[in-house]
Design a protein around this ligand. Sequence first.
Ligand SMILES: Cc1cc2nc3c(=O)[nH]c(=O)nc-3n(C[C@H](O)[C@H](O)[C@H](O)COP(=O)(O)O)c2cc1C
Length: 190
Amino acid sequence: MKVVAFLGSPRQEGNTELLLNETLKGIEEEGHEVTLFRPSQMNISPCLNCGECEETGECIIDDDMAEVYRAIKEGERFILASPIFFFGLSAQIKTLIDRCQALWCEKYLLKRPIPEGAYGRRGLLLMVGGMKREIGFECGNATATAFFRTINVPEHETLYYKEVDSKGAIREHPTALKDAYEAGKRLVKY
Ligand SMILES: Cc1cc2nc3c(=O)[nH]c(=O)nc-3n(C[C@H](O)[C@H](O)[C@H](O)COP(=O)(O)O)c2cc1C
């Protein structure tokens, strides 16, 4: 099964990365291949709303999104992992999501949704925030839901952890790393 993961945190070995690594460990133990994208280390321009994709379903910007579009079309399981920044997903992952407007046009305007494939398409959303408040996760989940449905992923599981702030603090959480590991195993169950 082809698994595609997006790591939205710019912090190396930060909480989101530690959480995602546990998920990937669970998936790799099951023998599945993972393609990982880290938008903070990629050349991805924001959407220009030029309108070209409304006619063609394709983005005219020539940058690293080309490999992301390919992976999204070929993938079967998708993981979106992001810290909460100002009550939403990080700017790095949001930039990548906005560029999926081309896939939105392809699905909803041109009526060419990405085919389901032999194993269907399913998602997992992982979020980490430093605050007690839940609103960031609600906003993050709304954006992630729009992303998943646009790339023709009809269902996703969500795990989120609040009050996890300093680098590596997720290691102190009583269940987070184990939850993420088990969610990875569940994601690739047929
Ligand atoms: C620019 C910025 C904005 C943030 N805004 C929020 C926020 O709105 N809500 C929240 O719960 N945490 C917020 N945080 C805290 C991060 O979500 C938290 O430190 C998280 O553990 C970072 O994950 P990482 O280590 O994977 O980057 C913010 C952190 C930064 C740097």
